[in-house]
Design a protein around this ligand. Structure first.
Ligand SMILES: Cc1ncc(COP(=O)(O)O)c(C=O)c1O
Length: 499
């Protein structure tokens, strides 16, 4: 059965066009063949939380294009495929798996940061969390690749390095991680194709459709997509300036079928917040009476430019039930697609087996080149420079924050690329989403807070990523954001409904 459209409420495309586009695509690819009926308008309206007139308008658009015809009593029927569309795929006869359907739906309706209008000058890009390619140590990487290819290219270009990954990389990563996780053994590291595969792998291995996963609100939006694709129920627990709401977490853990708790204890995405040592202990006390594993996503924890590194949740969890996910994507290059999971061997063993089903192994060549790159001191050199740059950018952000109206709050993280700007509670729900729109119209791109809520609920915050903004751009961009905040607070306007 074709699912309902999942709308992107922050995209500059009206809801009518999104609904019409969704059904036009389904007609074109054969999921809605000629003769099939579109779902009743009231059902689509209810599923998308829109007035019926909006859906009616979308159906009328399809009728005007000659694709559907409506008749009283029989509803709306497909009468033709769009001109020029390729031969229908046999999707109608062979429906996609729930995973495939959910992934596709999520992809089509992926909420993102508003784009600039064509011709508009960019003042600052705070939208994407994507390291700046201009800074990449490409020559050092090429030298490392050359060295390993020269010394053992034939071996590295073959299969057969299965298990948890290249032993020397596992050893190296375990050694580096011991600063925050002193007992971590080499056998407790599993190399993955980035953190995203690690997260998928964890859900595949420990959860079944219908199970429940606890996440923070807000949380990493690509994890939301994965959770939906796996058919999981999600309970959101607030993560605010006071830390994670432990009462809400306790209540969530009492529910049946909770299989995982997913957290980012260090430089959390999207807020940049870090749990203090006391908050980490308190969190583990709440989990202690349960057997629910924690997944801690430490996707940018090594990019700390201030203060001492904090013990990982894994090292503090006496139950041995925490798995740490890490990645090279933020601290080096995303295109390496290298990440890893640290966890007790009994947890890692099934993960290895499932990983083998997924892709046999992660590229041995890239793993070996990374070991070489680290051995030459290139990673430390790059990260030292990156941390300095991040410290400078965050300082520029905090300096510019003085222009914000007094009740606005900006987080001040000790590392990583992110910060979170939040309008006061007196502002209407959705004020952050409106702020992202307003700023976008003036050349400042940000990620609206609602995309970090699994149900895309309105937010008072926006995520600011400093990965693509220089200190000058940060100052100019914050000037614009401060001006927009003042306007929103002087004359509160609710996020524009999309009709
Ligand atoms: C919190 C978090 N986890 C995981 C990932 C995925 O990273 P990777 O590129 O290693 O798959 C990201 C990427 O932005 C992220 O922000």
């Amino acid at each position: 059965v074709l699912p309902f459209p999942e709308l992107d409420f922050v995209a500059p495309v009206p809801a009518t066009a999104q609904i019409a586009g969704f059904y036009r695509q389904a007609i074109a690819d054969g999921r809605l063949p000629v003769g099939a009926r579109l779902p009743p308008i009231r059902d689509v309206a209810a599923a998308c939380e829109l007035p019926r007139t909006t859906v009616q308008e979308a159906y009328r658009e399809l009728a005007d294009q000659g694709l559907v015809a409506g008749s009283v009593g029989r509803g709306t029927t497909v009468i033709a495929r769009p001109a020029g569309s390729a031969a229908p795929t046999p999707l109608a006869a062979h429906p996609l798996s729930p995973y495939g359907e959910a992934a596709l739906r999520r992809q089509q309706g992926m909420a993102g940061a508003p784009e600039l209008r064509r011709g508009q000058t960019l003042v600052a890009n705070f939208a994407e969390l994507s390291p700046d390619g201009e800074r990449f140590p490409v020559d050092d990487w090429r030298a490392a690749m050359d060295a390993v290819l020269r010394s053992r290219g034939a071996q590295l270009l073959g299969y057969g390095h299965g298990g948890g990954g290249l032993p020397e990389l596992r050893a190296l990563l375990a050694a580096r991680q011991r600063e925050v996780d002193p007992e971590l053994g080499v056998e407790e590291v599993l190399i993955t194709a980035g953190a995203q595969q690690a997260l998928d792998l964890l859900l595949r291995t420990f959860c079944a459709a219908g199970d429940t996963v606890v996440v923070t609100a807000p949380s990493y939006h690509q994890m939301h997509g994965l959770l939906r694709a796996h058919g999981l129920q999600v309970i959101q627990v607030p993560f605010t300036a006071d830390g994670i709401d432990l009462e809400a977490l306790r209540r969530a853990l009492q529910r049946k079928g909770v299989r995982l708790v997913y957290l980012m204890p260090t430089f959390h995405n999207p807020t940049g917040r870090t749990l203090t040592p006391v908050q980490r202990q308190a969190l583990l006390e709440v989990l202690a009476p349960t057997t629910v594993p924690i997944v801690e996503d430490e996707y940018q924890s090594s990019l700390r430019f201030r203060g001492a590194a904090l013990p990982s949740l894994r090292s503090l969890d006496r139950r041995g039930l925490t798995l740490t996910v890490s990645t090279m994507s933020k601290e080096l290059f995303p295109a390496l697609r290298l990440g890893w999971i640290a966890g007790a061997e009994p947890l890692l063993r099934p993960l290895m087996a499932v990983k083998r089903c997924m892709d046999l192994e992660t590229s041995p060549l890239l793993q070996a080149a990374l070991v070489e790159f680290v051995g030459r001191g290139a990673l430390d050199r790059y990260q030292d420079a990156l941390r300095l740059e991040l410290a400078t950018r965050h300082a520029a952000l905090q300096a510019a924050a003085r222009e914000l109206p007094p009740d606005c709050r900006l987080t001040d993280p000790d590392g990583g690329y992110l910060a979170w700007l939040e309008l006061p509670e007196s502002a209407p729900a959705g004020a952050g989403d409106r702020l992202a729109e307003l700023a976008g119209e003036r050349g400042v791109r940000t990620a609206p807070g609602r995309i970090f809520d699994i149900d895309l609920r309105p937010s008072r915050g926006v995520r600011l990523s400093l990965s693509r903004a220089t200190s000058q751009q940060i100052a100019a961009g914050m000037g614009v954001l401060a001006e927009c905040c003042r306007e929103l607070l002087d004359a509160p306007v609710l996020a524009r409904p999309f009709l």
